[in-house]
Design a protein around this ligand. Structure first.
Ligand code: SF4
Length: 500
């Protein structure tokens, strides 16, 4: 997948390619106001969602909320930060995959119940949200949005009527099923929860005068803090409202985890540490494995910028170790100032957008055989275009190497992957995909190599989009649910250079 323009480097969120659902933050400080650090943390997580951004704080007496559509810098200004009083708070950046594309579904969701005020930020996708919603509606709960997050908030509010905080969260965790990393604020207490199989990431960090929860450790780095550890699957971490410490409650133990392997391959920032592994190093290791499995001796190895860069560097390093005389070079130059071109509604317009954003460096490719390295192929439009671009620039051979297995099936767990019909590998063999794309050869990394690079067994990873077998029961409700997308040609504005 080609790289973004306008978004953080190396997160090639694509038009119609996989798009991460959300980023969540929670902050509890001793003295300082929480809103500004939350704002900076959301900036660090902007690649995880560009539809809306919001912050909810609590000053010990009341809750303050500001949620707006748009990128963090557009949605929240200095005046908003000044109004968001309090030393505890949560934040959210959103890309919608369940629920409407409007402000009603923007987060954090905040509301006051008899049991106190609640704020919720959610990353993931429930597979039984409709059933829980029906139960709650029958019990008299009125909903203002069609998103999962409000369902969780109402269920938690109901449980808080006759249970303490920890017990109430446990009951809600027992009721909801699917993928979730949550930051929750009950009055001025901030908490973080990860679903029992730990599908989406959530980390705990320490800053000068308090503690931080965030989807990725890069947000903690941004605040000058230290990563303490990952929140464990099924764990509730409760931050002390005075910012002096935290409590851990292992509320549910699952036999197996189900980490989304795509976080390391594609979604997360390369400078983040997720489930104990630095994303950049995992990508380089995947590149090394790609050479070991499918190395091809060509004159030059080049990445699709920026998403393929870490993979290509590992691939070229392994090639060098093996004595192959390949040159590692940049052969495609990205125009960082072309943004939002994927809002072009037609396939033809999207294809033109690729040429606007990625231009070949002729001296690298002319008259030479080329290995082009990318992290994944979703629809295949970009790969097809890039092969053509390189041939037009004089490449004699183009060999495409992909640092992930073929994507065969959609994601029902919070990633806007594309529909099954849109996935180029869903009903084609590798040879048929190669033929469609027009490359001289095409090879994907094996699932076993991915598991090895992540130092996990296959059984402890979610591999649903590359096997069609999901770790959560998505056969019924989740598979039937509509994925809402902005009406902009299938992708999020501002981050994509290509369709995948
Ligand atoms: S189906 Fe794929 S993208 Fe979705 S959670 Fe599983 S591994 Fe991640």
């Amino acid at each position: 997948m080609a790289a973004p323009s306008g978004g953080p480097a190396e997160n090639g969120v694509g038009s119609g390619g996989p798009t991460e659902k959300c980023g969540v933050v929670g902050v509890s400080l001793a003295d300082d106001a929480a809103a500004l650090p939350i704002y900076y943390a959301l900036y660090a997580l902007q690649h995880r969602g560009q539809e809306s951004a919001g912050i909810v704080t609590h000053d010990g007496f009341q809750q303050h909320s500001h949620v707006e559509m748009g990128l963090v810098g557009d949605a929240i200004d200095e005046g908003d930060i000044d109004r968001l009083n309090g030393s505890t708070g949560i934040g959210h950046v959103r890309y919608p995959t369940a629920g409407s594309v409007d402000k009603d579904c923007a987060q954090p969701f905040s509301v006051s119940f008899k049991s106190g005020s609640l704020g919720l930020s959610h990353n993931g996708n429930l597979v039984n949200a409709d059933a829980v919603r029906e139960d709650l509606a029958a019990a008299g709960h009125a909903f203002t949005s069609d998103g999962d997050t409000e369902v969780i908030a109402h269920d938690l509010a109901r449980n808080l009527l006759d249970a303490g905080l920890v017990r109430a969260v446990k009951r809600t965790m027992e009721r909801i099923h699917g993928s979730y990393s949550l930051t929750i604020m009950h009055d001025d207490t901030v908490m973080g929860v990860r679903d029992p199989r730990g599908n989406r990431p959530l980390v705990l960090g320490e800053v000068d005068d308090g503690y931080v929860l965030a989807s990725e450790s890069a947000a903690i780095d941004t605040l000058g803090g230290e990563l303490v550890r990952d929140v464990r699957p099924g764990e509730l971490v409760v931050l002390d409202p005075e910012g002096t410490g935290y409590e851990s409650h292992q509320l549910i133990e699952a036999e197996r985890s189900a980490h989304c392997f795509f976080e390391h391959v594609y979604f997360a920032r390369p400078d983040s540490v997720i489930d104990g592994s630095l994303v950049y190093e995992v990508r380089r290791e995947l590149g090394r494995s790609l050479w070991a499995e499918h190395g091809v001796d060509t004159d030059v190895v080049m990445p699709v910028p920026d998403s393929g860069r870490a993979f290509a560097s590992g691939y070229a390093e392994a090639a060098d170790d093996a004595g192959a005389s390949v040159e590692f070079a940049e052969g495609l130059m990205k125009n960082r100032y072309v943004g939002r071109t994927f809002i072009m509604p037609t396939q033809q317009a999207r294809e033109r957008a690729v040429r606007l954003k990625l231009n070949p460096i002729r001296s690298t490719v002319e008259g030479r055989s080329v290995s082009l390295i990318d992290d994944s192929i979703v629809r295949g439009t970009t790969s097809t275009q890039l092969v053509r671009v390189l041939r037009d620039a004089g490449a004699e051979e183009v060999h495409l190497r992909i640092g992930a297995p073929p994507i065969l099936a959609p994601c029902y767990l919070g990633i806007d992957m594309a529909t099954r019909e849109e996935l180029i590998a869903a009903d084609r063999t590798v040879e048929e995909v190669r033929d469609e794309i027009g490359a001289d050869s095409l090879a994907y990394l094996s699932i076993d190599a991915v598991a090895d690079a992540l130092e996990r067994s296959r059984a402890d990873l979610c591999l649903g989009c590359v096997t069609g077998e999901y770790p959560y029961d998505v056969e019924g409700e989740a598979a039937d649910r509509e994925v809402s997308r902005p009406d902009v040609g299938g992708g999020r504005a501002g981050l994509s250079t290509s369709d995948d």
